[in-house]
Write a protein that binds this ligand. Structure first.
Ligand code: AP5
Ligand code: MG
Length: 218
């Protein structure tokens, strides 16, 4: 299955992508994680994107399209892929579609996790991540077993630098302006499945699982 997960910042894309990748055997590719890894390694791309990411703006299409399409072309995704955070503009969606066409592949579904803006602020304020393996936690909704430590590798958890309240407002504005049209674009192509993301992690997982089982014909 080739899938796209779309939704506002803090909607739970990363959280749900981990579940889907594990249960359905698809490769999870998060554009944000890819960019954060470039930044952590101090690559040329990482230095170029740092300012955009820190201010809640999208990085230019040209930069992100190249890096994500390269990962899709060269990565091991025999079981399919799950894109999280890409595409985020209509130009990115068009380029993805062209690239898949050329490779004789196509998308099976685009799943939108819909969460109202008011809930986003609270989710992002409580988010902590592992800088090593990128596992996502929440102080209340998904706390680690040992406070402040990653369950998987014991690393000290950190707060993302773009999770400050002022930056979150900018990220939300960017989402409404540039990414909502992508949702409409996929809807017009009959690929969109909308899920109410304002419920518990488990309830959202159950709805996504139902969509995917429907696609698998189970
Ligand atoms: P990116 O890393 O993709 O950030 P984002 O889209 O803002 O999404 P987040 O990762 O913040 O949220 P999420 O939906 O994954 O939620 P999570 O599961 O963590 O992008 C970062 C930046 O990179 C962008 O701003 C941009 O600059 C750049 N970029 C990336 N892709 C780009 C592209 N394609 N084009 C241009 N620029 C690009 O959950 C959030 C919190 O809520 C967690 O604490 C979690 O535990 C909790 N939670 C999750 N689900 C629930 C629930 N149901 N109930 C309660 N709490 C929950
Ligand atoms: Mg994420």
């Amino acid at each position: 299955m080739n899938l796209v997960l779309i939704g506002p910042p803090g909607a739970g894309k990363g959280t749900q992508a981990s579940m889907i990748a594990k249960e359905f055997g698809v490769r999870h590719l998060s554009s944000g994680d890819v960019l954060r890894a470039e930044r952590a390694q101090g690559t040329e791309l990482g230095r170029k994107v740092a300012e955009y990411m820190g201010s809640g703006k999208l990085v230019p299409d040209k930069m992100i399209i190249e890096v994500i399409l390269a990962q899709l072309t060269h990565g091991d995704d025999a079981g399919g892929f799950l894109l999280d955070g890409f595409p985020r503009t209509v130009v990115q969606a068009e380029r993805l579609s062209e690239s898949l066409d050329l490779a004789g592949r196509s998308l099976d579904a685009v799943m939108e996790i819909d969460v109202p803006d008011e809930a986003i602020i609270q989710r992002i304020a409580g988010r902590r991540i592992c800088p090593q393996c990128q596992t996502v936690y929440h102080l209340d909704a998904q706390p680690p077993n040992v406070p402040g430590k990653c369950d998987r590798d014991g690393e000290s958890l950190i707060q993302r630098e773009d999770d400050r309240e002022t930056t979150v407002a900018d990220r939300l504005a960017t989402y409404h302006e540039q990414t909502r049209p992508v949702v409409a674009w996929y809807e017009s192509k009959g690929l969109l499945h909308k899920v109410d993301g304002s419920r518990s992690v488990e309830a959202v997982s159950a709805s996504l699982r139902q969509v995917l089982q429907g696609l698998c014909g189970e």
